[in-house]
Design a protein around this ligand. Sequence first.
Ligand SMILES: Nc1ncnc2c1ncn2[C@@H]1O[C@H](COP(=O)(O)OP(=O)(O)OP(=O)(O)O)[C@@H](O)[C@H]1O
Ligand SMILES: [Mg+2]
Length: 281
Amino acid sequence: MAYIEIRDLIKVYQAKETYYRIPALRGIELEIEQGEFISIIGPSGSGKTTLLLILSGMAEPTAGFVRIGDVRLDRLNEEARNLYRRTKVGTLWQIPNRNLIWEIDIQQNIEIPLRLMGHQREERIKRATNLLEEVGLLNRAHHRPGQLSGGEVQRAGLACALAHEPEILLADEPTGELDSKTSGELLKFFKSLNESHGITAIMVTHDFDVAKSTDRLIQIVNGRISGYSPTKDLKTIRDMHEVYLDRFGSVQLPRHIVENMQVQRRVNIEHKDGKVILSQE
Ligand SMILES: Nc1ncnc2c1ncn2[C@@H]1O[C@H](COP(=O)(O)OP(=O)(O)OP(=O)(O)O)[C@@H](O)[C@H]1O
Ligand SMILES: [Mg+2]
């Protein structure tokens, strides 16, 4: 049984001002194994952040089945969801001030979740020191975030996200504000922590080079999974030729195919010589 199982996940937002309902996820089907490092790529507005918010317990699914380990996220009430969020999940966001408190130093930032878990001072210092060492910031322990470089700030955020030993690490474009060299460095730490802590990691990114350094790449288009592929041997996003066929027979065509073919609303479909062929006249 996969560690994370998502079936027909739907999320509809209600826009307060207009009363419009906005479908953000339209039937996500996905399985992720424990310890996997997954990247999610997709156009703006395709539902990537929404999926992370649901997996982090910060948003409630509208419908569908979401299981992480033995927790059924779609069945939790708000109180249980808050507990899940505090204990099982670590998060790293693109904007650093969502990850760290600016007025205190890095070590104190890391100690906050440890304090919430009831660890005594000595234990807190020991754990914070280990984490700082793992992200290469031991000599920056008493610097405040504003005194660090962009890459160091995200590495400090990563240490904070892991302080309470979560089972799952969710990151939303953590390299979005970094140059490519610094992104590469952050990813190296990300990967080594994913391996050394045996943590399941899911990272949203716009950057194919960043996605390449994860185990598996998943593409989301318009609130549905359009493709997925191991990243090994993947040279461009167009090499992803496996698409997700859901239980109902639906397929979301990859974006570049839709754009290139200028697909019409109705296409012909035939099953011939073991192949399913879509064509248009
Ligand atoms: N709180 C909200 N209320 C109403 N609509 C929302 C809300 N949050 C997101 N949406 C809408 O849901 C859809 C998916 O948004 P989401 O933020 O998940 O996309 P995304 O793939 O993360 O995009 P980006 O790459 O720009 O970050 C979009 O149409 C967005 O406008
Ligand atoms: Mg987003």
